[in-house]
Design a protein around this ligand. Structure first.
Ligand code: HSE
Length: 309
């Protein structure tokens, strides 16, 4: 039996605009790596955090990856413990599912060291416990795609059921990450807890339209349905220049543009041929509001977290 395993978990776009807390997709371009090693003493210890975000807690129960791996160890009733090293590839507070990726990579690596490994759906529940540490709530729209890969819808929290939704061929996600930190807790705190009946109807119609259009390769329907009438209007004020960035993406042929997760990363879906025009237009719009950016253009591949070593 192996003593050590390293897993890679990709970044994710949460919500995908219209699917607040239930719809997300992977972004293979960046991700977190976690190495988990068997340790004689019970419990979980974090040996090191390196990479683009090092100011994270080393105490396992305050760390998303530590909490998720502890949940797995506890459920398995292990006689031994785990030590782990986290290499962050996803910037903190970026809206790219960094906390989910660390939690997922930790449970995928830890699972590889078990004599009877858990199913991916069981790993989802352990990783959800880790995600709750970072955002103060249990949501699955980053964790589920991160584990399963591609565009993933999750229904249910206590007994989650996931569905990989087909992405029409030739679709690319353009991600633009302005250099500012946005706290997920804060971006959730500002949301109204009620919606009007009319907004509920629009949001349901748009989510249903978007999903059915993905199954039928209906790009016109994707474009029409790609509108979050509930969360984006409340959060856009947290991201300087968001309206101009969205306008730049749409003017250059995007099918839709919204906030990735809790932001500030802003993403657009488009056809491959338009991506190279849309990305610099979005970057320029952020620059006009004083924000430097990183950007990525990514296919949405159905590949989730995996053991790489
Ligand atoms: N669905 C979550 C949100 C993702 O938008 O608050 C944040 O990780």
């Amino acid at each position: 039996m192996r003593n050590s395993a390293t897993a890679f978990a990709p970044a994710t776009v949460g919500n995908v605009g219209i699917g607040f807390d239930i719809l997300g997709h992977t972004v293979e371009a960046i991700g977190d790596r976690v190495q988990v090693t068997r340790a004689a003493e019970r419990g979980v210890r974090i040996r090191a955090i390196t990479g683009v975000a090092t100011e994270l807690p080393l105490e396992a129960d305050k760390n998303t990856a530590g909490r998720a791996l502890a949940a797995l160890a506890e459920a398995a009733g292990l006689e031994h413990g785990f030590e782990m090293a986290i290499e962050k590839g996803i910037p903190l507070g970026s809206g790219l599912g960094g906390s989910a990726a660390s939690a997922v990579a930790a449970v995928v690596a830890g699972n590889a060291l078990l004599p009877r490994p858990y199913s991916t759906l069981e790993l989802l529940k352990f990783a959800m416990q880790g995600e709750a540490v970072a955002s103060g709530s249990v949501h699955v729209d980053n964790i589920a795609p991160c584990l399963f890969g591609g565009l993933v819808l999750t229904v249910g929290v206590d007994h989650p059921r996931t569905k990989q939704i087909p992405v029409p061929p030739g679709i690319r996600a353009v991600l633009v990450h302005p250099h500012m930190f946005l706290s997920t807790k804060e971006a959730r705190r500002i949301l109204s807890t009620t919606v009007t009946l009319s907004d509920l109807v629009w949001q349901c119609a748009n989510l249903a339209g978007f999903i059915s259009a993905c199954y039928t390769n209906d790009l016109d329907m994707i474009r029409d349905a790609f509108e979050d009438v509930v969360v984006e209007p409340q959060r856009q004020a947290l991201i300087p220049g968001f309206k101009a960035v969205k306008q730049a993406a749409m003017a250059n042929g995007a099918l839709g543009c919204s906030i990735s997760g809790a932001g500030p990363t802003t993403f657009a879906w488009c056809l491959e041929r338009d991506a190279a025009r849309i990305a610099p237009a979005m970057v320029a719009a952020f620059a006009a509001h004083g924000l430097g950016c990183d950007h990525w253009i990514s296919a949405i591949e159905p590949t989730g977290a995996r053991v790489i070593d």
